[in-house]
Design a protein around this ligand. Structure first.
Ligand SMILES: [Zn+2]
Length: 640
C-alpha cells in the first residue's frame, strides 16, 4: 500500500490555486499542514485559501508568513511600543511564532483597534506580524507568564515533535476487522485516580491519568495510581495519545509519570487545563516534599508533558490518531474542563466521556454541553448520583454560608474553609465578596492561602471560558470581584501563624480541599480544640480522606505536628454548606441524559463511590431503557 504524500499534495493544490505563491516550506505541525510563504499579499486571502485546500484534502491547513520576512521579536516589540499611543495603556506584548501573531495586551484596546486609526495596518506593515489586540488581564498570573516563556524556549523541540506527530497521523489505518474497546483503569466504582483507555485495532488513547488521594501516593507511586502496569498500556510508548478532561489532580495528577516511564506522545487539552494542571502538579510536588514525602515524579517530567501538549479550543475537531478524531466540549465543572468526544473511523462510531460535569449555570461557567454530532456510547460521572443526592440551589448555598459565618462571628470565632485551589474557591470568593458588599456579613479580611490567588489569576487570563456575566465584570477593573480589598493573600509562614494566633473574626480559604495536607492543616490544628471556631466543607470529601473522617464526626485525630505525631481533640464546629458543588446532582445528571442529543445506545457509569455507579446504571436501564453498565476497574467492554 502506498502512503499519500500530503505535503507535496498540498503544495500542488496551492500552486494550482495561487501561482507565484513564494512558498518556502510545507510541513506537518501535528494534525495541521502548515504552508510558509514570503508573499505578504497572500495573508489577506489566507483564510479562504486554507479553507479551500482543507476541503479538497480533508486535512487542516494553515498558511503562515516565512519567519525570514518577519521582524525579529525584540526589534518588533520596540517598534510596536513606538507606534501605540500611551493612552492605550499597552501592558504587554508577546509573540506567538506558531501563528505569526503578536498579542498586544492593553487597558484600552479600542484605541488601537478603532476604525478611524490605522495603527493595526502600521504595525503589520512595519513588523510583518499580525497584531491581535486584547484587554490586559486585571490580575497577572505568574503561571501564564512562565508558560509563555517556557514554550518560547522549547519552540524548536516542539516543532520537531509536531512534525513527527504529523507524519505518524498520516499513516493510513491498518486494513482488517475493526473493533473498539473501553478499559477501566481507575476511577470506576470509586472517586479518584480517573483513567480510561479507548483502544481500537489501530490505536490506543488514554483519557485522564489521575491519583487517588495525594497523601496516599508517597514513595509507592503505584499505590494510589490507576492500573497502569497492564499489558494494554505497557510499554507507555505504545500509547498513541492522551486526553485530559480537566486539571483536578484526581484526573491529571499522575500524568507526568507517563513521561518518566517512556511515553513521548501528545497530550490534548484546553489551554486553561494546561496551565492549571501544571500549577497543581508542581504544587503537589512541593506539598509532598514539605511533608517529608517523596513525589513519584519531578518537575522535569511536568515540563516534558508541556512540551508535548497540544491545546484545543472547545468544539474544534482534530485528528489524534490515524483512526480517531477528538472534539472537546464545555463540561461546566472548572475552568477549561471538557467532555471528550471521540469519533472513530470514517463515520463508524462515537464515544463521549463526560469528565466531571456541572449541568447548571454556576457563578463561574455555563452549563455543560450535552449536544453532540453523534454518540453511540456515553460515559458519565456519578459522584452525586445516589438515592439521596439532591442538591441545594446556589442561593441556598450562599445563604447557608452567610449564616454559618455570622453565627461563628457572634461567638467570637473564625471560619476556615478547605477548598480546592481551582473551582470552589473562586465561587466561595464571589459569594463572600457579594455578602460583604451588601452588608450581609461583617467586613473582615478573607485570607486566601495556597495557590488560590494564582489559580484565580489564571481564570482572569481566560475570560472566554467564563460565563458571560462574570466575563464582562472581570474585565472591568472597578467591578472585578476578585480584586476586592477584602482578599488577602497569605504568603509566609509567619503571616499564617499570626492569623492562627489572632483573636479577631477572620475567614480563611485554604487548600487542600479534602484536607490531605496543605496549609489548611495549620489553621485546623490551631483552631480545632476551641468550640468558637468553625470548619466549613463546601466540596466533596472522598472516602479515605481526612476531610471525610472529620465530616463523619471524628472526635480525636492523630496528626503530624512539627515533625512528630500529636493528638488533637475536635471541639470546633463542623459544618457543611451544600450547593457549591462543581458536580451535577442526581436531578441534573438525569436532566443531562434526558435532554442529550442524540440519545446514546449505551451508558457507562464511573466516578462514584462503589454502589453509586452500579445503582445509577440500573436506574438508567429502568428509566430510559438504555443499556447501563458500571465497569469495575480492570474490566473491559467491547463497544463495536
Ligand atoms: Zn474534578
Amino acid at each position: 500500500m502506498s502512503f499519500r504524500d500530503y505535503l507535496s499534495e498540498a503544495r500542488q493544490i496551492f500552486d494550482k490555486l495561487y501561482p507565484n505563491n513564494q512558498i518556502t516550506e510545507v510541513d506537518y505541525e501535528g494534525p495541521t499542514i502548515v504552508v510558509y510563504t514570503k508573499d505578504e499579499n497572500l495573508f489577506s486571502k489566507r483564510e479562504d485559501l486554507a479553507k479551500q485546500i482543507a476541503q479538497e484534502m480533508r486535512r487542516r491547513i494553515a498558511i503562515r508568513p516565512d519567519p525570514s520576512i518577519m521582524m525579529p521579536e525584540k526589534e518588533a516589540e520596540d517598534q510596536i511600543k513606538s507606534i501605540v499611543p500611551e493612552k492605550a495603556g499597552l501592558q504587554d506584548v508577546y509573540f506567538e511564532p506558531d501563528t505569526g501573531e503578536v498579542v498586544l495586551e492593553a487597558d484600552e484596546p479600542s484605541i488601537i483597534t478603532s476604525r478611524n486609526s490605522d495603527l493595526i495596518v502600521q504595525i503589520k506593515s512595519a513588523t510583518k506580524w499580525s497584531p491581535r489586540v486584547v484587554r490586559a488581564p486585571p490580575i497577572n498570573s505568574r503561571t501564564v507568564k512562565e508558560m509563555r516563556e517556557f514554550l518560547r524556549d522549547v519552540k524548536q523541540e516542539r516543532k520537531e515533535f509536531l512534525h513527527k506527530l504529523g507524519e505518524k497521523l498520516n499513516i493510513p489505518p491498518m486494513p482488517g476487522e475493526t473493533w473498539i474497546r473501553i478499559t477501566a483503569l481507575g476511577g470506576h466504582r470509586e472517586v479518584g485516580r480517573s483513567s480510561t483507555l479507548v483502544s481500537t485495532n489501530n490505536s490506543k488513547v488514554l483519557v485522564d491519568v489521575g491519583m487517588l488521594n495525594s497523601n496516599d501516593i508517597d514513595e509507592q507511586p503505584w499505590e494510589g495510581a490507576p492500573y497502569l502496569y497492564l499489558p494494554e498500556v505497557q510499554p507507555f510508548s505504545s500509547i498513541d495519545a492522551v486526553v485530559l478532561t480537566h486539571a483536578h489532580l484526581d484526573h491529571s495528577g499522575l500524568l507526568p509519570i507517563l513521561f518518566k516511564y517512556g511515553y513521548d506522545g501528545p497530550v490534548y487539552m484546553t489551554q486553561p487545563t494546561r496551565d492549571l494542571s501544571a500549577l497543581l502538579q508542581n504544587d503537589y510536588i512541593k506539598v509532598a516534599h514539605a511533608e517529608g514525602h517523596k513525589a513519584p515524579y519531578e518537575s522535569k517530567h511536568i515540563r516534558e508533558m508541556l512540551k508535548r501538549t497540544v491545546v484545543l479550543r472547545y468544539n474544534e475537531t482534530t485528528d489524534i490518531t490515524r483512526d480517531m478524531r477528538l472534539t472537546l466540549y464545555n463540561a461546566g465543572h472548572i475552568l477549561g474542563s471538557s467532555s471528550v468526544h471521540l469519533h472513530i473511523g470514517d463515520g463508524l462510531y462515537n464515544i463521549v466521556l463526560s469528565g466531571d460535569v456541572k449541568f447548571e449555570k454556576s457563578w463561574l461557567f455555563n452549563p455543560a454541553n450535552n449536544k453532540f454530532p453523534r454518540v453511540e456510547t456515553f460515559m458519565t460521572e456519578s459522584t452525586y448520583a445516589g438515592r439521596d443526592d439532591y442538591f441545594y440551589t446556589r442561593t441556598d448555598a450562599s445563604n447557608t454560608l452567610i449564616d454559618i459565618v455570622n453565627r461563628t462571628f457572634e461567638r467570637g470565632g473564625s471560619v476556615v474553609i478547605p477548598v480546592f485551589a481551582v473551582g470552589r474557591s473562586q465561587e466561595v470568593m464571589l459569594v463572600l465578596e457579594q455578602a460583604m458588599r451588601e452588608g450581609m456579613i461583617k467586613n473582615v479580611p478573607v485570607y486566601v492561602d495556597g495557590m488560590i490567588m494564582e489559580a484565580t489569576a489564571i481564570h482572569a487570563a481566560y475570560p472566554e471560558f467564563l460565563n458571560k456575566g462574570l466575563r464582562e465584570s472581570i474585565m472591568i477593573k472597578g467591578e472585578n470581584p476578585f480584586l476586592s480589598p477584602i482578599f488577602k493573600k497569605v504568603e509566609t509562614r509567619e503571616q499564617r501563624q499570626n492569623i492562627c494566633d489572632s483573636v479577631d473574626n477572620q475567614i480563611v480559604l485554604a487548600t487542600s480541599g479534602m484536607m490531605n495536607g496543605g496549609p489548611v492543616m495549620e489553621y485546623f490544628k490551631s483552631w480545632c480544640e476551641s468550640p468558637k471556631h468553625t470548619l466549613v466543607f463546601v466540596g466533596y470529601q472522598a472516602d479515605g480522606t481526612l476531610g471525610r473522617r472529620i465530616q463523619r464526626g471524628a472526635k480525636e485525630l492523630t496528626l503530624s505536628d512539627g515533625g512528630k505525631l500529636s493528638k488533637f481533640q475536635i471541639k470546633m464546629s463542623i459544618e457543611v454548606a451544600e450547593g457549591f458543588s462543581g458536580h451535577s446532582d442526581k436531578k441534573q445528571l438525569l436532566a443531562y441524559i434526558a435532554t442529550m442529543q442524540p440519545k446514546p445506545h449505551r451508558i457507562l457509569v464511573n466516578h462514584g463511590d462503589g454502589e453509586k455507579c452500579y445503582e445509577f446504571a440500573k436506574l438508567i436501564r429502568n428509566k430510559y431503557g438504555i443499556e447501563g453498565i458500571a465497569l469495575k476497574n480492570l474490566e473491559t467492554v467491547r463497544v463495536y
